[in-house]
Design a protein around this ligand. Sequence first.
Ligand code: SAH
Length: 209
Amino acid sequence: MTSARTRTRMIERLKSQGIVSSEVLGIMGEVPRHAFVDEAISHKAYDDMSLPIGHGQTISQPYIVARMTELAIGVAQRERVLEIGTGCGYQTTVLAQFFKTVYSIERIGGLAKQARERLSTLGVLNTRLRHGDGSRGLPDGAPYDVIMLTAAAPVVPEALIAQLKPGGRMIFPVGGEIQELRMIELTTDGPVEQRLEKVRFVPLLPGMA
Ligand code: SAH
């Protein structure tokens, strides 16, 4: 169930869901999503759903990874991206195929450690992983071309805009029970916000665990 045919079916489904970037479709057909979840559920890895990754967290469904990546690679330069919420490292790995360096921060130590091991096994080398609270971003790699939150911020994380390059994009889910995917672009006229679609993410939480 992790065969080439299963992946092809996922790509066909992503197209029918409105993903148009051939770059994103190509890479998502290559990255072995089943390697990012527990073996016991790896047969579901390419299905249209989020899956548990332990510690009460989830790997996002393929559609949302594709959608957010499509938005991310639309920036002028693909140099540095910050992901807040490494989780299992799947989105990190997808981003690593497009950007020179991916910075990613995870608040749960167990997940951060597992992701580090997994990425090293897979030979994904252009990433800088951190165990920490990413609520205030990560100054190490700032300014970034893209900041992507993979956990829902309770309110628009405006302070993070300071870590974006001019022309950069912040892609983030915001809300509590009801959440929305949004993008803020730092234009020459200042930050411009777009509201995209309804989504469902785990919450962005303060502190380390
Ligand atoms: N991109 C991940 C999605 C994981 S779910 C993937 O592909 O698997 C979101 C992750 O955000 C969880 O692992 C959660 O622990 C983490 N998270 C929540 N609040 C955070 C914070 N303040 N700083 C860093 N990570 C956080």
